[in-house]
Design a protein around this ligand. Structure first.
Ligand code: KIV
Length: 290
């Protein structure tokens, strides 16, 4: 019997109560694309903490514990310095905070590239320590043997082509990919190789729209676009970007809110009240019982 949990967000920060709902599975996500088409696009967002996962979970098909946490949470200059420990700790928190979405964890730079065996060891550790269902890794045809190796040993893999941030030192920046014919052809053949190797979905990031459409039509598994096309089989964004936590975001991000402004205003009010000794007030202080 599978045990799944609903987190009671109104009364507790992390206090699960049993809930008769089964978590989505990788095969169900994969099966959303049949005969080359997906009826309802897949919804994926990044999540790094238990509370964030609680808030996003019921709205999403997939939660991605992205290595973007290096920049978003840790203030690092890129995803390159992200460690296995960071991914494992945040991955476990996201699994604890969710009961519905499939949780996918990014494999950090340096944890999978040297051999399929290295990738298996790292991916197995991430799944064991977090309870996540799948891993994501960056790279195209060169990673296909690794995708097949993991998949045939029980580890579902999401691919990632186009703009691959872990390759920033080779790419020379974060500009959109696929503006030359050679680059466009490479992105399409990379995606096909990952699909044939058994990737259950492929993130297509920062590419010219026509390439995203070609890739989506060329592969049998769902594509998940970010800076790609509305015609991908799903979409993903970095949650903190779409909520407006940062002033500078990539052009492809739509900011649905300005959370940074709300936080700043709220904190300014708190600081004023503390300095004026109007907080804590009567309601927030304890008096002796009569
Ligand atoms: O690390 C991340 O958040 C990602 C998404 C942007 C796809 O890889």
């Amino acid at each position: 019997m599978s045990t799944t949990f609903q987190l009671d967000t109104s009364t507790s920060r992390a206090n699960p109560t049993p809930q008769p709902m089964k978590r989505l599975t990788v095969p169900r996500i994969r099966a959303r694309k049949t005969d080359g088409a997906t009826d309802e696009p897949l919804v994926m967002l990044t999540a790094y903490t238990a509370r964030q996962a609680q808030l996003l979970d019921t709205h999403c098909d997939l939660l991605l514990v992205g290595d973007s946490l290096g920049q978003v949470i840790y203030g690092l200059p890129s995803t390159i310095p992200v460690t296995m420990e960071m991914m494992a700790n945040h991955g476990a928190a996201v699994v604890r905070g969710s009961y519905h979405a499939v949780v996918v964890i990014d494999m950090p730079f340096g944890s999978y590239e040297s051999s399929p065996e290295q990738a298996f060891e790292s991916a197995a550790r991430l799944l064991k320590e977090t309870g996540a269902a799948a891993v994501k890794l960056e790279g195209g045809a060169a990673m296909a043997p690794t995708v097949e190796f993991l998949n045939t040993r029980g580890i579902p893999v999401m691919g990632h082509v186009g703009l691959t941030p872990q390759a920033v030192n080779v790419l020379g920046g974060y500009a959109a990919r696929g503006r030359s014919d050679a680059e466009a052809e490479k992105i399409v053949s990379d995606a096909k190789a990952l699909d044939e190797a058994g990737a259950f979905a492929i993130v297509v990031e920062g590419v010219v729209e026509s390439i995203a459409i070609t890739v989506t039509e060329a592969v049998s598994c769902p594509t998940i676009g970010i800076g790609a096309s509305a015609r991908c089989d799903g979409q993903v964004l970095v949650t903190d970007d779409m909520l407006g936590m940062f002033e500078r975001v990539p052009r492809f991000v739509k900011r649905y809110e300005n959370i940074a402004e709300i936080i700043e205003k709220t904190v300014a009010t708190y600081a004023c009240e503390v300095r004026a000794r109007s907080f804590p007030g009567e309601e927030q202080t304890y008096q002796p019982r009569d």
